[in-house]
Structures are given as structure tokens and as C-alpha cells.
Design a protein around this ligand. Structure first.
Ligand code: CMP
Length: 140
């Protein structure tokens, strides 16, 4: 499988509970390398822009207000099949459906406050990485 990069966001519910290190360790234990990382706080407008694909969904307001409600840690993860591997490490969107040992099974509070976001495909990953990082910030 090819070496890929994917975007990860550790969400405000997780940074609030001081879980950044525990979540990052799960990525690294799965063989993903953190090649860029920064802690930022999104404005509502930035959260709306990032999640524009969901703008027609009933939960869009709740999602974007939550994502702007506290610090997030945005990271680029690199490794073989990184997009899929990260999705496996995260577990299902709804923590009730997440497999044991996944980030969402262990840490997520609800489908909305589900601790992590990960890109869903290599094309999306490239767009999402470019949203947060310049090429100079990616150090493999
Ligand atoms: P994420 O991977 O960040 O992509 C879109 C997010 O929308 C998703 O994770 C969930 O946190 C959120 N989401 C999905 N369904 C719902 C829902 N029914 N209510 C609130 N948030 C949701």
C-alpha cells in the first residue's frame, strides 16, 4: 500500500479533558507518524468553511459551534494507507458503534462530541491538509 498523508483533528471535547497525548499515542502505536501538529482555536467562520460539505445537514450549527468552542489540535499523519488506518484507529463516528480500543470507543462523549476528525479519502485529505498547513510545515 502507498505511503499517504491524512488530516486529523483532536476536537475541543478531547483537548478540554487533556487527552491530546493519549490520542496521539494511539496514532503512533498504529504506525502513523505525526509529521505536522499545531494547537489552534478556530473561529466560527473557519469551522463553517472547513465543514462546508455538511452545510445542509441539520447538525451543521451544532457541529461548527462546537468546533469553535475550544482549542483543537490539527495534525498530519503519514504512513502506509494512512487515510484508512486513521479511520480504523478513530472508530465509528458514533461512539456507540465504535469498536473496542478505538479512540471514539474509549474517549468520545457523543456523536457530535466525538473527540477526533479524520479525512475520509486521499483527495479530501489533500484539501484538508492544505486548509491548515503550508508545505513548509510538513516535516516527514
Ligand atoms: P467528523 O468526522 O468531524 O465529520 C463530521 C462530523 O459531524 C462528525 O465527525 C460528527 O462529529 C458530526 N455529526 C455527525 N452526525 C451528527 C449528529 N447527528 N449530530 C451532531 N453531530 C453529528
Amino acid at each position: 500500500m502507498a505511503i499517504e498523508r491524512t488530516l486529523s483533528i483532536i476536537k475541543p471535547d478531547a483537548t478540554r479533558r487533556n487527552l491530546t497525548g493519549k490520542i496521539a499515542a494511539k496514532f503512533e502505536e498504529a504506525g502513523l507518524r505525526i509529521v505536522a501538529s499545531k494547537r489552534i482555536q478556530l473561529t466560527l467562520a473557519q469551522a463553517q468553511q472547513f465543514y462546508a460539505v455538511h452545510s445542509a445537514r441539520p447538525f451543521f450549527g451544532e457541529l461548527t459551534e462546537f468546533m469553535a468552542s475550544g482549542p483543537v489540535v490539527v495534525q498530519v499523519l503519514e504512513g502506509e494507507g494512512a487515510v484508512l488506518k486513521n479511520r480504523e484507529v478513530m472508530g465509528a463516528t458514533n461512539p456507540k458503534d465504535a469498536a473496542p480500543g478505538t479512540v471514539r470507543a474509549e474517549f468520545a462523549e457523543s456523536v457530535g462530541e466525538n473527540s477526533v476528525h479524520g479525512s475520509d479519502a486521499p483527495e479530501t485529505a489533500a484539501e484538508e491538509i492544505a486548509f491548515f498547513f503550508s508545505g513548509l510545515e510538513l516535516v516527514g
